[in-house]
Design a protein around this ligand. Structure first.
Ligand code: ASP
Ligand code: MG
Length: 424
């Protein structure tokens, strides 16, 4: 007997028929002798609908008071889905009980709309499990120290499921979704993309942060911190598929890398269209300049990703960095109005038509020449690289967005990602 956490995304919970299907699948696992905890999302489209209503009533919701109400509203989507799933399980003859985040309780900080989980009390859940019930807990929500409802940010049910699995020391957390695992790249861009049987936790973290939307990044961080065995798999297989086969399907996120390091050097190609570039030209090359430029940007709560500073000519240099595209106009404004004049920069330039393309793989740690191969591949396609950044397990480049798909396809081919390299 094992303790297993299942998480079902919005599409898997998208209709009463699908919810009945989820109930049948969960009941199958429970009948196989496992203790089952289920963390579902709201039914698909529901959170958007709820937040849409909120926007109609109050278009700009920036005060802490209004953010509190957003969470109050958004929380209800998951409350409905856990109740429906409990009813569906009971209808299957399987004892089941549902709880909201505050009933467990799942305690968070008070950062409305993007709260972080601080602790989870497992007592109530364990008592129900020991009494033979399936326990269903709302994803996405919690309660802060003052008793206010909070939510964990869009896609936060993944994080709820992993956190619940960590708190209960579950044997595995299965994330059921509308894709059947993690791919070498987005199959919509490269039809030859392959599903990975395993991916290391570090690689998954990079891929999630680089724009692959299979898991909320915070859930991957959580899984890494508490070493929660995590698997991403499809909820669209027939519910009565053989349970052993099901338990081996999808993509397993592993913590053992030694074996993999010998094999594929690059595991995946990630890309991100959501960034924009800023260049401050003609900056005096002297101590404190990076801080004078980036300090105010950080203070405006804007994330900076890649940064480059050139060597200077005649005591002047250019300084470039990337920011989320949504914040681009705000950053240009900030730099042009106050920062550039005070540091004595000549020009501030912006370009939103860029994409970031990255190769990711733990094997890069032990192989040389991987980045060079990436650059050669892009050069063979005549693609100009505007910025480069590297870490132990990834190399990222910024290129013109119109070459993004070409670059991804060429790299996928160059690193032979369409060829099976892992045993099933
Ligand atoms: N229902 C929430 C959302 O749509 C949380 C989730 O689905 O993970 O963002
Ligand atoms: Mg999701």
């Amino acid at each position: 007997m094992a303790l297993i956490v299942h998480k079902y995304g919005g599409t898997s919970m998208g209709s009463t028929e699908r919810i009945r299907n989820v109930a049948k699948r969960v009941a199958k696992w429970a009948r196989a002798g496992h203790q089952m905890v289920v963390v579902p999302s709201a039914m698909s489209g529901e959170t958007n609908r709820l937040l849409g209503l909120a926007k109609e009533v109050q278009p700009s919701q920036v005060t802490p008071e209004s953010q509190r109400e957003l969470d109050m509203i958004a929380c209800t989507g998951e409350q409905v889905s856990v109740g429906l799933l409990a009813l569906a399980l009971q209808a299957e003859g399987m004892p089941a009980v549902s709880y909201t985040g505050w009933q467990v309780p799942i305690k968070t900080d008070s950062a409305y709309t993007k709260a972080r989980i601080e602790s989870i009390d497992d007592e109530r859940v364990r008592a129900d499990l020991d009494a033979g019930k399936v326990v269903i807990i709302t994803g996405f929500q919690g309660i802060d120290g003052q008793g206010h409802l909070t939510t964990l940010g869009r896609g936060g049910s993944d994080t709820s499921a992993v956190a619940v699995a960590a708190a209960l020391k579950a044997d595995e957390c299965l994330i059921y979704t509308d894709v059947d695992g993690v791919y070498t790249t987005d199959p919509r861009v490269v039809p030859e993309a392959r599903r990975l049987h395993t991916v290391s936790f570090e690689e998954m973290l990079e891929m999630a942060s680089l724009g692959s939307k299979v898991l909320q990044i915070r859930s991957v961080e959580f899984a890494g911190k508490y070493r929660v065995p995590l698997r991403v798999l499809s909820s669209f297989t027939p519910w009565d598929i053989n349970i052993e086969e099901e338990a081996r399907s999808g993509t397993l996120i592993t913590f053992e890398e030694d074996e993999k390091m010998e094999k594929a050097v690059v595991s995946g190609i990630a890309f991100n269209r959501d960034e924009a570039k800023v260049t401050v030209q003609g900056v005096p090359d002297k101590p404190g300049i990076a801080f004078q430029i980036l300090g105010p940007v950080a203070q405006a709560n804007i994330d900076v990703d890649m940064i480059i500073q050139n060597v200077s000519r005649d005591g002047k240099t250019d300084f470039s960095f990337t920011v989320p595209r949504n914040d681009h106009a705000r950053v240009l404004d900030l730099l042009r109005s106050s920062v550039a004049p005070s540091v004595g920069a000549a020009v501030v330039d912006g370009d939103a038509r860029i994409s970031k393309v990255s190769i990711v793989g733990v094997g890069m740690k032990s192989h040389v020449g991987v980045a060079a191969k990436m650059f050669r591949t892009l050069s063979d396609e005549g693609i100009n690289i505007q910025m480069i950044s590297t870490s132990e397990i990834k190399t990222s480049v910024v290129i013109d967005e119109k070459y993004m798909e070409l670059a991804v396809r060429a790299l996928h081919r160059a690193f032979e990602l369409d060829q099976e390299s892992q045993p099933a």
